[in-house]
Design a protein around this ligand. Structure first.
Ligand SMILES: *Cc1c(COP(=O)(O)O)cnc(C)c1O
Length: 386
């Protein structure tokens, strides 16, 4: 699909067609898995279609990268071996020792570990700030030194909402770039680049891939100059996905729109059920009017997605019991797949932040609501809570 055609079509059309034209030789409708590391040259330096070596580019990955750029309405998309590999490449491309970044106060644990344990010793300082408090983020910025303002929205597992447009203003006032980790929303629900963000990063392991069968990451950028920096580092660092992984991620993308609608439908049913259950305390979902970020979420998201957290009246023991008794909801970490997952953040995904400012309530349960029949999901929670 041409660039012009792409920007005029709807999201689901782009998800299915962007990045690839049926193969001119065979007519293959789906990008083949090019399991090759190198390419025959037509004379020295005579590259066919620019392909030289598969760390630099591979046609299966090129198709995926075209789709990623089209979905986020960015200038260029880049695929990586994992979400963390994508994040690491952004930092190497855009920061130098002595620089500073602002991080989400409740960042994904792996992101915090990367910045704190791996990158900080190389001389990049960071300040955590709550993403739902624009003034607090502004106060954490050090004009002249801050290169990146990094946010997630919604955050994990408390689903705080960052005002992307306002934070783009905060970053740009200080000469910094705004990076949005769009993993929890997916580009179907929210397109940060259209709201002023400069880079979007994904763990495509989650909703973008959507089937819990492949680990991957993505970066999409709005500006050509930044794109060139990321492109150089993607090749120079080499944290790229192989063609099999690129194929699986791209296959997942085709159904992203229908999956996210179904995730959102099912989450709404589950939230309805939980809010009226006597053994359930606070229900955390950006779609609820009682959620402090509801208005901002309503402005910048198409719908509110498949992640739901709730607190149990019976405390930690009750929360652990629900996790263990659930059957259709599988007890496990990660999120964003077609299957519903349940977990206890305090003992599982967030165990490493116990005793710090990031500690989560012990009675909290997190759901990644899948796309099974909603009646079965509600019945499962009912028996697990009973
Ligand atoms: C999972 C996740 C990551 C890390 O991605 P990997 O693919 O596991 O490396 C980053 N950010 C968020 C919000 C995530 O959920």
């Amino acid at each position: 699909m041409t660039q012009e055609h792409r920007s005029k079509s709807g999201f689901e059309t782009r998800a299915i067609h962007a990045g690839y034209e049926p193969d001119p030789t065979t007519g293959a409708v789906i990008p083949p898995i090019y399991a090759t590391s190198t390419y025959k040259q037509d004379g020295v330096g005579g590259l066919r279609g620019g392909y030289e070596y598969s760390r630099s580019a591979n046609p299966t990955r090129t198709a995926l990268e075209g789709a990623l750029a089209a979905l986020e309405e960015g200038e260029r998309g880049f695929a990586f071996a994992s979400g963390l590999a994508a994040e690491d490449t952004i930092v190497r491309a855009l920061c130098r020792p002595g620089d500073h970044v602002v991080l989400p106060g409740d960042a994904y644990g792996g992101t915090y570990r990367l910045f704190d344990k791996v990158i900080r010793p190389w001389g990049l300082e960071h300040t955590p700030a709550p993403v739902h408090d624009t003034d607090a983020v502004r106060a954490a910025v050090r004009p002249g030194r801050t290169k990146l303002v990094w946010v997630e929205t919604p955050t994990n597992p408390l689903l705080n909402i960052a005002d992307i447009e306002a934070l783009a203003g905060v970053a740009h006032e200080a000469g910094a770039l705004l990076v949005v980790d769009n993993t929890f929303a997916s580009p179907y629900l929210q397109q940060p680049l259209t709201l002023g963000a400069d880079l979007v990063v994904h763990s495509t392991t989650k909703y973008v891939g959507g089937h819990s069968d492949v680990v991957g990451g993505a970066v999409v950028v709005r500006d050509l100059e930044v794109a060139e920096q990321v492109a150089f580092h993607q090749n120079a660092v080499g944290a790229v996905p192989g063609p099999f992984d690129a194929f699986l991620t791209h296959r997942g993308i085709k159904t992203l729109g229908v999956r996210m609608d179904r995730h959102s439908d099912n989450a709404e049913r589950v939230v309805d059920f939980l809010t009226s259950h006597p053994k359930v305390g606070d229900v955390v979902y950006p779609g609820l009017e009682t959620h402090p970020g509801h208005r901002v979420a309503q402005r910048q998201m198409r719908r509110f997605g498949g992640m739901v957290s709730f607190r149990c009246e019976g405390g930690e023991e009750a929360a652990l019991r629900v996790c263990e008794r659930a059957e259709v909801f599988t007890l496990g970490e990660s999120l964003g797949g077609v299957e519903s997952l349940i977990e206890h953040p305090g003992r599982m995904t967030h165990a490493s932040v116990a005793g710090t400012a990031l500690e989560v309530p012990a009675d909290l349960v997190r759901l990644s609501v899948g796309i099974e029949a909603a009646d079965d999901l509600v019945a499962d929670l009912e028996q697990a809570l009973g």
